[in-house]
Write a protein that binds this ligand. Structure first.
Ligand code: ADP
Length: 648
């Protein structure tokens, strides 16, 4: 076994790998960028090496610096985690050329599966069913559009170098094909530097079921059953589970056989995942699943497999990379119970999942135990920066049955409290309790179909507002001892208002008055409400300029108003459309002087590697518009326009 390894990654996955390495007595070296200097993975590792500036292109993607760090610290092997350099065959070559071990498959295996088109051709040859479609060399629009017609709409355009759902567009009819193709190519070029695409039949009511495989350098390949990742939003996984609901023994046998065959076809060594798409219109049928792609690395959702099999996949990765045999053979691996993983993201579900940033001023997770894992890379006070993926944590739960695991997931979400950034906790809880999801009727379109229901934001109750008011004052409202009424015991009398607090929530202003009664309860009045709040009835957190109140998986954040700041913001806000987050202006569709109508696309903002279309909130004439290529920060004015009435 290695005595020291370097982890070429950050955040939760780096922490996850460090934990297993420590358990095995292997020393760890972390690498970090400027933004991560004080991050959890750096604190956890035995040693840490600074590798550059915050943008990934200047740190986590710079192969030379990472290899230098390994050589410098005497690490013998490099674990890439997932993302970054994990599926970069040139990096594997460089690692090996430096005399180090890459904890993952060979460069040849990664190359064979790296491009979706070539992988599909290879799998077709190996006798693995692949999604019908065009995965040839031709890239001219006429060829692709003709192929799309032959395949039959709807089709899915996919970047051949794709990953994370980027560069992917579903097209419903030929008229929109050219525009979708251009968008997919643009996104693919930006994300992968390769704009070549393939076109596939869009499978209706699809389920995403993937099989975990593992190979060693002695020619053994096993599978560790399936994971269902059908709960997706814009092709990105939201809640994953294992095993797949409704799985039959025949279907499982067919899928795991195909997966092992796929891995054997490339003499696979290490942890890998074979992703299949399943047509579930008539339940799970052995003739209705097709290979989509192979991920030649550890997956984000690997913990659900660990929960049901009891296998530590990272430990297996280290053993196999060190030349050992697989610790277990196929007949020694079985399924125990059911597991779920929910991905907590800094994003605003109510604003179409806009990625958020911020400082995690308040962070509480449920305590971990054998059936609950909190996979995180942040601690209270850490920031979600615009440089990296905004995932905060993964909650992983295990239960004897799917129902008990799901109940455990909901409970874990309800015990999670995060303030300082917008988080998708409530959305995850809504999904977990959705009747279709709970019944196991999962498919990739479920979230989009029910988005408004799943993202519905309840208005805070009067009790929540009262708790916010109380928290905003830091609970230092003193009862008036001189008040003669206080002497009358048991009489809940309240004095004249002692304190006034102003809170705001979106457009709403709340002016509240507080007074404390003899029994310690506080009387909070605002609007038509008069609430008596016992101290600490709901959990809440005070953080700079704000208060967040938690109730179940829901939370409500109030700004503790500074009346002067509010006036300034209102002036600056007049007629301007501001960037909701830092990003890059990708494409500008209108020019100054142009007349626009409400809902019209004005420009495309790229942030967090996703494209967001900024639309006109009302009719008007464009006065000023950001330039394509401009880098904007949170709050930068993107467009100014005069309203229609004023202009005409
Ligand atoms: P990426 O590598 O970008 O994650 P994948 O090929 O793994 O792309 O596909 C991501 C998701 O897109 C799948 O999980 C599935 O929900 C959806 N998808 C992919 N191919 C198809 C298809 N042919 N029909 C319907 N949905 C698909």
């Amino acid at each position: 076994m290695f005595s020291k390894i370097l982890i070429a990654n950050r955040s939760e996955i780096a922490c996850r790998i460090i934990r297993t390495a420590r358990k095995m007595g292997v020393a760890t070296v972390a690498v970090y960028s400027d933004a991560d200097a004080r991050s959890m993975h750096v604190a956890m590792a035995d040693e840490a090496v600074h590798i550059g500036a915050s943008p990934v292109g200047e740190s986590y993607l710079v192969a030379e610096r990472i290899i230098d760090a390994a050589l410098q610290t005497g690490a013998q092997a490099i674990h890439p985690g997932y993302g970054f350099l994990s599926e970069n065959p040139d990096f594997v070559d460089m690692v090996e050329a430096a005399g180090l071990v890459f904890i993952g498959p060979s460069a040849a295996s990664i190359r064979a599966m790296g491009l979706k088109d070539a992988a599909k051709r290879l799998m077709e040859k190996a006798g693995v069913p692949v999604v019908p479609g065009y995965h040839g060399e031709g890239q001219e629009i006429v060829i692709l559009a003709t192929k799309a017609n032959e395949i039959g709409y709807p089709v899915l355009i996919k970047a051949r170098a794709g990953g994370g759902g980027k560069g992917m567009r579903k097209v419903d009819d030929p008229a929109t094909f050219p525009e979708a193709l251009a968008a997919a190519k643009r996104e693919a070029k930006a994300a992968f530097g390769d704009d070549r695409v393939l076109v596939e039949k869009y499978v209706e009511t699809p389920r995403h079921i993937e099989v975990q495989v593992f190979g060693d350098s002695h020619g053994n390949v096993v599978h560790l059953f399936e994971r269902d990742c059908s709960a997706q939003r814009r092709h990105q996984k939201v809640i994953e589970e294992a095993p797949a609901p409704g799985m039959s023994p025949e279907m499982r046998a067919a899928m795991t056989d195909a997966a092992v065959k796929a891995a054997e076809a490339i003499s696979y060594c290490g942890a890998g995942t074979i992703e299949f798409i399943v047509d579930a219109t008539e339940g799970l049928r052995p003739d209705r699943f097709w290979f989509m792609e192979m991920n030649t690395r550890l997956q984000v959702e690997h913990p659900v497999t660990e929960m049901i099999t009891g296998v530590d996949l990272v430990e297996w990765q280290l053993r196999v990379a060190a030349g050992e045999r697989l610790p277990k053979l196929q007949d020694e691996i079985s399924i125990n119970g059911h597991a779920f993983e929910a991905r907590l993201y800094a994003e605003d579900a109510t604003r179409d999942f806009l990625p958020a940033i911020g400082t995690l001023h308040h962070l509480r997770f449920p305590p971990e135990n054998v059936s609950l894992r909190v996979e995180t890379g942040v601690r209270e006070g850490d920031s979600v920066s615009p440089f990296y993926d905004p995932m905060i944590a993964k909650l992983v739960v295990h239960g004897d049955s799917r129902a008990s695991a799901l109940a455990a997931l909901t409970a874990a979400l309800e015990e999670t409290e995060i303030a300082g950034s917008v988080v998708n906790t409530q959305f995850l809880a809504a999904l977990a309790s959705d009747e279709d999801f709970a019944a196991g009727n999962v498919e990739t379109g479920l979230i989009a179909r029910k988005q408004s229901q799943l993202t519905r934001q309840q208005e805070p109750t009067a009790a929540m507002v009262a708790t916010a008011v109380l928290t905003a004052t830091d609970r230092i409202v003193e009862p008036d001892a001189a008040d003669p009424w206080l002497a009358i015991s048991g009489y809940a009398h309240f004095h004249a208002p002692k304190k006034m607090v102003m809170l705001s929530r979106g457009e709403d202003m709340i002016v509240a008055r507080l007074a404390v009664a003899a029994n310690g309860n506080t009387n909070v009045s605002f609007g038509d409400e008069r609430q008596i709040v016992a101290p600490a009835r709901l959990n809440s957190a005070r953080w700079p300029g704000h208060v967040t109140v938690f109730s179940g998986a829901a939370s409500h954040t109030f700004a503790v108003a500074d009346p002067f700041a509010a006036v300034e913001a209102a002036i600056a806000g007049g007629g301007g459309l501001r960037a909701p987050m830092p990003g890059l202006v990708k494409l500008v569709r209108v020019s100054p002087g142009e007349k626009v109508v409400k809902g019209q696309a004005l420009l495309v903002l790229e942030a967090m590697k996703m494209e967001h279309t900024i639309i006109a909130p009302h009719d008007g004439i464009i006065e000023e518009i950001a330039e394509a290529g401009a880098q904007v920060t949170d709050g930068t004015v993107l467009a100014r326009f005069v309203e229609q009435e004023a202009a005409s």
